[in-house]
Write a protein that binds this ligand. Structure first.
Ligand code: TRH
Length: 395
């Protein structure tokens, strides 16, 4: 089938991250995909290698859209009315031509991607991931469109999720093989990371959690050496801000206390990563003993890594993220220590300023939980498989 996937980049990298993984997975399963993006800049580092059967198109105010394929996916409720209006306008001549006049798409694109105007394309609204019960309740429901350029059509809600009855999670067919072939030492060397003997490895991908300074302090004072691999962007900026604040505090302390404050880094050493591809982002999660992740896509990838994770959920201004986090924690069946840490990491538990960070004592229990969670997910079909079946059933 030919898929048109529409994505607007709101902020951060999750919208694009999820859409790209979906495109690449569909392509690997033999589908042809066009990704319509309002901002493709981050794809340069996120997906430097792209399959031939995925085309990336810029989506701007004056874009002339190709006639729709068999499936149209509006990701995360993005507004595709401009495309719908063009398709509706072109409909009477649909059989005469498969091009819209002046369409950049028709200019140099191989026949692989040409399609007759599909009046009956299946229209999917791909929703955000949640473990809340509504995902299961609403997954697959039709939504007749009453007004606007899509009026008369019906779209269907597609809810990814963690349980049977939802749309599942993205998982490539070759993921297990990739993981089995992964060589941690070689990958670390390829990133210029040389670990000291006995050094524990943690990754950090986060927003600006209030508990970050406390985490850094706890790692610095911990008995075991820790290497923290900090991802580019907001996480790196947050770590640097925390370190600067700590150095300023230490300098003030040592003026009052000639004995001097402890070295902030202590048992902690930090490596800052550049922006890496999604493939290497997976490698990062597989290489570490504990992963701090955020948002949507990195959470899913950390689950597939089968390593303990601490999730910072994308904060919503109305506070709706608290219920979403709790639903995930319920599903995760994590030990109380890991639940408490995750609530605290999200500013929801008590003690964000002085959290209990029992990493060394708890890592083994957290690891067992991570493996169980991954096994439960692996027993379910992946999102791309389910979505394909769903489309075929609802055509
Ligand atoms: O960037 P995010 O915080 O995205 C968020 C969430 O998806 C949230 O639900 C959404 O509402 C909001 O965006 C608009 O976190 P997420 O979802 O983990 O996406 C990050 C993507 O970036 C993921 O695909 C991994 C990728 N990535 C890399 O590939 N390389 C990198 O170096 C980094 C830092 C990220």
């Amino acid at each position: 089938m030919l898929w048109d996937i529409f994505c607007t980049v709101i902020d951060n990298h999750g919208d694009l991250g999820v859409c790209w993984r979906l495109c690449a997975d569909l392509a690997a399963r033999g589908e042809r995909v066009r990704l319509w993006l309002d901002d493709a800049a981050a794809l340069a580092w996120m997906a430097p290698q792209r399959p031939a059967n995925v085309q990336v198109h810029t989506w701007a105010a004056d874009t002339r859209f190709a006639p729709p394929g068999d499936v149209v996916v509006e990701a995360f409720g993005c507004d595709i009315s401009a495309a719908l209006a063009q398709w509706a306008a072109a409909e009477p001549t649909a059989n005469a031509s498969n091009s819209i006049a002046g369409n950049a798409y028709t200019a140099g694109v191989a026949g692989l991607f040409s399609s007759e105007l599909a009046a009956q394309f299946t229209w999917i609204n791909l929703e955000y991931l949640s473990a809340e019960p509504y995902a299961q309740r609403c997954h697959g429901l039709p939504s007749p469109v009453l007004a606007g350029p899509g009026a008369g059509r019906s779209k269907r809600f597609y809810y990814p999720g963690f349980t049977p009855g939802t749309g599942g999670l993205l998982r490539e067919a070759n993921l297990a093989q990739r993981q089995a072939a992964f060589d941690r030492t070689a990958w670390l060397a390829s990133q210029d990371i040389a670990l000291a003997p006995g050094e524990r490895l943690l990754s950090l991908f986060c927003y600006e959690p209030a508990a970050l300074p406390a985490l850094l302090r706890a790692l610095q004072q911990g008995g075991q050496p820790t290497r923290l691999l900090v991802t580019a962007g907001r996480a790196a900026q947050a770590v640097q801000a925390a370190l600067q604040a700590s150095h300023a505090a230490s300098a003030a302390d040592s003026e009052n206390n000639p004995q001097g404050a402890p070295d902030f880094r202590g048992a902690l050493s930090i490596s800052y990563l550049p922006y890496i591809s999604q493939e290497d982002f997976d490698h990062l999660l597989w290489a570490c003993d504990l992963n701090f992740v955020r948002g949507e896509d990195s959470l899913v990838r950390a689950l597939w890594a089968g390593k303990p994770l601490v999730w910072q959920i994308y904060p919503q201004s109305d506070g709706a993220h608290a219920a979403k986090l709790d639903a995930f924690l319920d599903w995760q069946h994590a030990p109380p220590s890991l639940c408490a840490l995750q609530r605290c990491w999200n500013g929801l538990g008590r003690g964000a300023e002085h959290p209990d960070l029992p990493i060394a004592q708890c890592l083994a229990a957290w690891q067992a939980n991570a493996e169980q969670a991954r096994a439960r997910l692996w027993a379910q079909p992946s999102l791309a498989e389910q979505l394909r079946q769903f489309v075929l059933k609802n055509r």
